[in-house]
Design a protein around this ligand. Structure first.
Ligand SMILES: *Cc1c(COP(=O)(O)O)cnc(C)c1O
Length: 226
């Protein structure tokens, strides 16, 4: 087995154990491979090892590699990094899920592009998560927790945007569990089934708190080079 396959198998076992410990079905948790900076041969090897769901941080980086790969056809591609409004057209054309809807100006740009694509009959991304800045950190993207209910209401009522869940990156220092719990409560209050939370260092408590998608980079690929 490749190093990737070995690491992936070990992680799937830990994910399943964490799920069972929480009384959850392991199949309810999707392992998202956070692929930023990984070279194309590594992505191909990951696909060969059975990995099917990938997260990309940058639209440009994702477009430089996935569209030309035969493996793309069987892959679900999720944008997990900030989306600039001037990249919305490309992002909606190439990603299956946008996890980082985080501000009204972005929602409006997405609406505009969806309308344009609809008149042209072009398929675009129909699946969105709202990113919440759960620690209210000034350097981090995401809607502030206090603003999240009003934003979710606008997504649903004013914009008719199909939001399937929430995404968050808790502060790097400190206990992530209160952030995971707050995200779960917010998702439950809005009947949102998807919770993207938990990374290499904290995916087990995230699963205990109800994560449906965990985004793993270093634990899956090894240390990043860039
Ligand atoms: C890089 C990244 C991850 C994965 O982080 P690791 O700690 O390497 O597992 C998850 N989510 C986002 C948004 C990232 O940018």
């Amino acid at each position: 087995m490749s190093d990737f396959a070995t690491r992936r198998q070990a992680l799937l076992a830990r994910i399943a154990a964490a799920a069972r410990a929480a009384g959850r079905d392991p199949d309810a948790i999707t392992l998202v491979a956070a692929a930023k900076t990984q070279p194309v041969p590594v992505l191909v090897a990951a696909c060969a090892a059975g990995q099917r769901v990938f997260g990309e941080n940058r639209v440009q980086e994702a477009l430089a590699r996935w569209p030309d790969l035969p493996e793309r056809a069987g892959v679900e591609l999720r944008l997990i990094g900030p989306l600039q409004t001037n990249k919305v057209r490309e992002a909606l054309a190439h990603f299956d899920v946008i996890e980082t809807l985080d501000r009204p100006t972005l929602a409006e740009a997405i609406l505009k592009e969806r309308a344009r694509a609809a008149t042209l009959g072009v398929p675009v991304c129909q699946r969105f998560l709202v990113q919440v800045n759960s620690g209210a950190e000034p350097q981090k993207a995401g809607i502030l927790p206090d603003d999240a209910p009003a934003f979710l209401a606008r997504c649903r009522d004013a914009w008719d945007l199909p939001v399937e869940g929430l995404m968050a990156i808790p502060p790097a220092d400190g206990d992530p569990r209160p952030h995971f719990d707050a995200l779960r409560r917010l998702a439950a209050a809005w009947h949102l089934p998807v919770l993207s939370m938990g990374m290499s260092a904290d995916f087990e408590p995230a699963i205990a708190a109800g994560a449906t998608h965990i985004r793993l980079g270093t634990a899956l690929f090894g240390a990043r080079s860039g």
